[in-house]
Design a protein around this ligand. Structure first.
Ligand code: PA5
Length: 446
């Protein structure tokens, strides 16, 4: 069942000419993607992943989650970028807003994240939290050598081994990594950790529907089978080029807007549970398209919160932006606004309404204001925040991203620019093997 609707009427007007002329490019991009004849086609493992995910893998994931649940209250997912954002996005979208403050429950593990920064305070404070607690670790790295998760894992592993002993710790650590190569694979084999494979042909930012995302999501108590089923439904309905295909429409339209001068896309939500979904989306589109001196800059705001900080810019700043609004039809829980006898705040006219009615009017009012202010608005409406719908949405954005990159004329599946900061950091830290770079960078900063 389709639980996502794409509405382009408030955006297409701005780039009608470009949208029409992009039709052939969009069909070509869709065909290249499905046929595997475009650039980067070694990394198309995600394309038919939902429909080809074996039930046995999902059963195994659920079993691991149940095993960890029996032995732990917390599980720390150690990973960064594509090895982190997808799980965080889905867990946050499906969780109670205040889940962090409830503490461990009998139903699911508390999922925490580490290795997504190099903050000493973050790591030390996490260690403080986990001291004397029952915890496990899911360490996720395709390469197995990424600095941020490597530091966090070393520290958390040491803490865990100190608390439960080396042998028991092995049972509480699960590694998600390459099938054969890399430091993490070697360590996992040496120590005998349970492992999951990140398929060779799936890049980090397309890996949420592999064990990279699925294991943490299952640990948080959510139904990975429904998530995959939703993604498979979207895979099925978006397989062929067609003017009705939402992936083709979205990819074609955002490129048309870009050609018409809209260089920044803001992913907007009216529900704080979608904050991390936007973070995931930013990596997906930013890393896939920002290369060769081109690409839409993906930004995001949480509304109405950010209307009180970024609203001015969006309404009247440089007219180089368009918005894609993610909106959820129905909240999962309702609350009416009460009457107040004094009515000092003047909001008695809202008494008796559900808060969501106000949110929806804020959304409509904002859309009209932004369109009037020269900001085209694409709308993506979700029935509700649940696993199946999120699976559909993830696949929709992934496929549209591949199509969009091909329309733009880039390889959407590489990320050569990510290495630049690493090279400088290693040179500055005097990593063995980087002697020449160290010397060069020292000259530069003298
Ligand atoms: O999309 C990507 O390739 C990156 O964001 C990686 O996922 C990230 O750098 C982590 O890499 P790894 O999984 O090798 O530790």
């Amino acid at each position: 069942m389709k639980s996502i609707e794409l509405n382009i009427q408030d955006a297409v007007y701005f780039a009608e000419k470009q949208y029409v002329s992009n039709k052939d490019k969009a069909v070509e991009a869709m065909t290249k993607l499905e046929d595997g004849t475009g650039e980067g086609s070694d990394f198309l493992g995600w394309l038919h992943l939902p429909s080809e995910t074996p039930e046995s893998l999902l059963d195994k994931i659920e079993k691991t989650a149940a095993r960890l649940k029996e032995k732990c209250d917390y599980v720390v997912c150690v990973g960064i970028g594509g090895s982190y954002l997808g799980a965080r996005a889905v867990i946050s979208a499906l969780s109670d807003n205040f889940a962090d403050f409830y503490g461990p429950s009998s139903k699911s593990l508390k999922v925490l994240f580490a290795g997504q920064n190099i903050s000493e305070e973050y790591t030390a404070e996490l260690e403080n939290l986990l001291t004397d607690k029952r915890f496990g670790i899911i360490v996720i790295s395709k390469s197995g050598t990424t600095t941020e998760p490597a530091i966090a894992f070393r520290i958390l592993k040491e803490l865990l081994e100190k608390q439960v002993g080396k042998e028991t710790a092995k049972d509480l650590i699960v590694a998600v990594t390459d099938e054969k190569k890399g430091a993490l694979r070697t360590l996992a084999t040496q120590e005998g950790y349970e492992t999951y494979v990140i398929p060779d042909n799936v890049g980090g930012r397309f890996s949420v529907l592999t064990p990279v995302g699925l294991l943490p999501i299952a640990c948080a108590g959510f139904d990975v089978k429904k998530l995959i089923a939703g993604a498979a439904e979207m895979e099925n309905t978006t397989r062929h080029p067609s003017e009705e295909n939402p992936c083709e429409i979205y990819a074609r339209l955002r490129n048309a807007l870009y050609e018409a001068g809209k260089k920044i896309e803001i992913l907007v939500n009216y529900n704080p549970k979608l904050h991390y979904f936007a973070e995931w989306w930013k990596q997906l589109y930013g890393e896939s398209e920002g290369k060769d001196g081109k690409g839409i800059f993906p930004a995001s705001v949480d509304l109405t919160t950010d209307l009180h900080s970024m609203g001015q810019w969006i309404q009247e700043g440089e007219r180089t932006i368009f918005e894609t609004v993610l909106t959820v039809k129905k909240p999962s829980i309702t609350r009416r606004i009460p009457e107040d006898a004094a009515n000092l705040d003047g909001i008695n006219y809202l008494a008796g309404k559900n808060i969501d009615e106000v949110n929806k009017m804020a959304e409509l009012g904002t859309k009209i204001a932004h369109v009037d202010g020269g900001v085209p608005v694409i709308k993506i409406e979700l029935d509700k925040l649940e696993e199946n719908t999120l699976g559909q949405l993830i696949y929709f954005f992934e496929k549209a991203c591949g199509v969009s990159g091909y329309i733009l004329g880039v390889n959407p599946f590489n990320q050569p620019g990510v290495e630049a900061y690493k090279k400088n950091m290693f040179a500055l830290l005097e990593k063995p093997g980087y002697e020449k770079e160290t010397q060069a960078i020292k000259e530069k900063i003298k």
